[in-house]
Design a protein around this ligand. Structure first.
Ligand code: ZN
Length: 150
């Protein structure tokens, strides 16, 4: 796999110094596995009203999956659930672009570093693992909330 060297540096940086790693209190927990690579993540979401107050996780696996969880933490914590879901959708779209997408840096920040990964179908699952876990955990956390958002 060959990625732009600056992007590779961003990914390695998150891999070496993952942001927000470790399990903390949450409203919902999920465990997701990417069997093709062996990546695993246990992820918890804590909401405060309609805000993503925390995303905590324990994970193991390849550098792409680990770096992606760190970037996810950066991008969704502190945002409203709606804004965070929009970021998740933008990242999913980038990962499904088969190497054609560049990603909007205003929305995706460090996550644009994964653009080159979208050329490698096997690695797309690595990059998406934590994001799908987050989506799942957030849906669970919302389902357990009293209906205050609508
Ligand atoms: Zn992987």
């Amino acid at each position: 796999m060959k990625l732009d060297s600056m992007y590779q540096e961003i990914i390695l940086d998150h891999y070496r110094n993952p942001h927000g790693k470790g399990l903390r209190a949450g409203d919902a927990e999920v465990h997701h596995v990417n069997p093709t690579c062996g990546d695993e993540i246990t992820l918890r979401v804590r909401l405060e009203g309609a805000t993503v107050a925390d995303v905590s996780y324990e994970s193991q696996g390849c550098s792409i999956s680990q770096a992606s969880a760190s970037v996810l933490n950066d991008l969704v914590v502190g945002k409203s659930v709606g804004d965070a879901q929009a970021v998740q959708e933008a990242f999913l779209e980038l990962m499904q672009s088969k190497g054609q997408g560049e990603g909007d840096e205003e929305v995706l920040e460090d996550a644009v570093a994964f653009a080159g990964v979208s050329k490698y179908p096997a690695r797309v699952k690595c990059a998406l693992l934590s994001w799908m876990a987050w989506k799942d955990a957030t849906a669970k956390a919302l389902a357990e909330q009293p209906a205050i958002n609508d």
